[in-house]
Design a protein around this ligand. Sequence first.
Ligand code: MN
Length: 329
Amino acid sequence: MTRLDSDATEMVAPSPPREHDGSGPRAVLLSSREVPLGGIRAMAVHRTLPQRDLPLVGAWCFLDRFGPQRARMRVEPHPHIGLQTVTWPFIGEVRHRDSIGSDVVVRSGALNLMTSGAGISHSEYSVGDDEVPLDALQLWVALPDSRRHGPPAFERHEDLPVIELPGGAAAVVVLGELAGVSSPASVFTPIVGAEVRLPAGAHVRLPLRPEWEHAIVGIDGDVDAVASPDAEAIAVAPYQLLYLGVGRDGVDVSSTEGATLFLLGGEPFEDDVVMWWNFVARTHEEIVEAREEWEAHSPRFGSVAGHGDVRIPAPPMPGVRLTSRRRRL
Ligand code: MN
């Protein structure tokens, strides 16, 4: 996934002073926004992270959903730094090619995980030349300082653990750890990403870790979340995110008709991050350098076989310094 928009106005807002110590549970419902995605034919995606007041949930720093829609996806080669991309399809097949020689097709039930380290480039195409039904999540995980300068890597996982939760729900542990069960995928900070399927009539308590922050994202169906025992249920519609904060050992969710949600969480991230275009960094200067190296065809980003000279150029830098944002919820 690439960002056609550089989201400049949003990314350069100065960080406000911390108004609270950042701890404690929250129950804040946030909606996605539709943004155009790069490609020969524009596709719209729903972007749920980052939000103006919520740049990160743990190390999760980006969440796009494309679909369900009929589309011909052609995201030409583009660079990344400082992150992992997590591609989790629901419908359709996406072909991934990258600058370390990967060429794979990912479909529902399989995880594509690309670790950029200091630099990688990749492309993402739907399979075939026609418009096809597509629906997938793509998330980014910010890499900690100990890994973000390292080599690029790519892995695919087709055999992810599924756990049964009391109340009849099943959870696929896509990344990290849930209820003591770990995904085989490589992670570099304490984190969870899990698809949770609620059958009709289910009432389930999702286990959470009090020292982590969490959020749930509606995928399909009706989800009601009860964030504290005396609180009203909050309906989490598809494309919406309910931010739960830290300090919880669980959250109660239910569905009348049956639903799927995605659970995000992790240890609050070690640093404030500066995000611009496809780059996750710590400073304005790091972003400028990565942008210049992509534009100069630096070996830092390699090249993706099969695309000739076709690639997505970086947008111009905004005329002001990029700064990090902090959570204001
Ligand atoms: Mn990408």
